[in-house]
Design a protein around this ligand. Structure first.
Ligand SMILES: [Ca+2]
Length: 513
């Protein structure tokens, strides 16, 4: 029976009131719905809906809008919005409250409810390749960053010929800032953020630094505008402090691009005691501290958003939030997705993600279209009126019609990664993995394993049934596509996972002694 939910101006068909309706229906990675057009599904805030309808709390699923166009803004977005891109580090699929997790993330949940959730948003399986994809709009195979992460002792970084998102937005008149983790190389000053398009830098270059001392492997890794910085504080709070300061002091005659790249909740597991005390009931020590780290980051997100609001910038700001890879198998939870960080299963590469822009993106919409972080580059450049023409070809697509209007994904296929030892590709509902369980951090060489798995994600979103024998032609089709990418791949830069014995740690990372 059609129900008009006037508060959101949505015309939806209510389903799922019947007893026993599968709760997970909304999560289904369905084939294109021929009756209803695009893949998008809608979900209005359940609590609000129940309140509006005067209904008691009960399992309820809203899907199958009869008029999907009404969900989305029809007018083009204003030009040159402020852009705040918030990236969490190793945050698991189910480690946000709005995915049903038991870690408290009220600020993230509220923000997600105010915008469009991107429930099939893919990233790379580990930190550096995701960040390079975001910065360049190009898959890591294009420039040799497809294997592992940029280690502190790596003698390479994001190649200097790559044009970055910050460069492009700066050219378009933006003030650009990165606060938090860079992780794309610090071999020399040329590789540092202020040489890669950022007007302002604050934070660190490596992963896994100490949250309180800001030391990584004996060297200081804390900097402002790429100069060494010694100060007290827990990194998550410091990153929030600096972000708030920037928002408060920003010259609003120029649009702002603020890239907030928290190192939380990546290891080492450290958090202020007041947050740990919230989770006394969690017995496993590292999970307890991890939960504290997530909630502290959630407060930091809330502070940044509040600063935008107080400055009157929220309505002209596109906020995007996502994790850089899935949760680790040790402390994170990616339930019900299979696998974890560093693997190519969904739990490693499909992450919590959403976009918020009050007045432009409607609240409570869920887009179930496959997108990839590599898409953010052309999408944001277009919104910013930045130059898209460049020497190096872009892999990403403009996904704004999908995010804002519910159009089908612009991708016929998405490369999830390709290394000499493994790879994965998503093509429509189909996904092929080659050695998908091998860690991204140990894939620099050929391995003896040859494990292929083919899944139909619309029927099997949790990757349980390998369909290679049942669909040999589909297997061959995707295998050929994956091989094509492998043939195009640059030779990967592969650092040793352990520090070489002859490597001398500098006093300050990024500043050779
Ligand atoms: Ca990460």
């Amino acid at each position: 029976m059609p129900v008009r939910y006037s508060q959101l101006n949505l015309l939806c068909r209510v389903v799922g009131k019947e007893k026993g309706f599968p709760k997970r229906e909304r999560m289904r990675l369905g084939a294109p719905n021929k009756r209803k057009g695009p893949f998008m599904k809608s979900e209005i805030n359940r609590r609000e809906f129940i309140k509006a309808m005067g209904m008691a709390a009960a399992p309820l699923v809203i899907s199958g809008c009869t008029s999907t166009g009404e969900l989305f803004a029809k007018k083009p977005p204003p030009n040159k919005p402020n852009i705040v891109f918030i990236l969490a580090d190793d945050l698991g699929w189910k480690d946000v409250g709005y995915h049903g997790g038991d870690i408290k993330t009220p600020n993230i949940d509220k923000l997600a409810s105010e915008g469009t959730r991107l429930d099939q948003f893919y990233v790379q399986p580990v930190c550096s390749p995701t960040r390079s994809s975001l910065m360049t709009g190009r898959y890591p195979i294009r420039y040799g960053l497809q294997v592992g992460v940029v280690r502190p002792w790596a003698k390479y970084g994001l190649p200097l010929e790559e044009r970055t998102l910050a460069q492009a937005l700066k050219e378009a008149g933006y003030t650009t800032a990165i606060y938090g983790k860079w992780h794309l190389g610090h071999l020399s000053s040329q590789y540092l953020p202020t040489s890669r398009g950022f007007d302002h830098q604050y934070g660190h270059y490596n992963g896994a630094l100490d949250y309180f001392t800001h030391i990584r492997d004996g060297g200081l890794d804390w900097h402002r505008d790429d100069q060494p910085l010694r100060e007290q504080g827990y990194t998550t709070n410091l990153i929030a402090d600096e972000s708030v300061r920037l928002v408060e002091q920003h010259d609003v005659s120029r649009p702002l691009f603020l890239y907030v790249a928290f190192n939380a909740p990546h290891s080492p597991f450290q958090a202020p005691q007041s947050y740990i005390d919230v989770y006394k009931h969690i017995k496993a020590k590292n999970r307890r501290i991890y939960a504290a780290m997530v909630t502290c980051m959630d407060d930091a997100v809330g502070r940044v958003v509040s600063a935008l609001d107080k400055r009157g910038l929220k309505n002209n700001t596109l906020i995007i939030f996502c994790s850089d890879n899935g949760g680790t198998g040790v402390v994170g939870s990616n339930v019900p997705l299979r696998g974890y960080k560093a693997q190519l299963y969904e739990g490693g590469v499909r992450v919590p993600a959403f976009a918020v822009w009050p007045g432009v993106l409607k609240a409570g919409v869920v887009v179930d279209e496959p997108l990839h972080i590599v898409d953010m580059y052309p999408t944001l450049l277009k919104l910013a009126g930045a130059r898209l023409e460049q020497a190096l070809p872009i892999d990403g697509r403009d996904t704004w019609p999908t995010i804002a209007q519910g159009m089908p994904s612009p991708h016929e296929e998405i490369l999830l990664n390709s290394t000499p030892a493994n790879g994965a590709i998503r093509r429509g509902d189909w996904k092929l993995l080659y050695n998908g369980g091998i860690s991204a951090n140990s894939t620099g060489r050929q391995v003896s394993e040859q494990v292929f798995e083919l899944f139909n994600l619309s029927e099997d979103p949790y990757e349980r049934n390998n369909l290679i024998e049942r669909y040999p032609l589909k297997f061959q089709e995707l295998k050929r596509r994956l091989e094509l990418y492998a043939m195009q791949a640059a030779v990967p830069s592969v650092p040793p996972n352990k520090m070489p014995k002859d490597f001398k740690v500098p006093k300050v990372w990024g500043h050779p002694d």
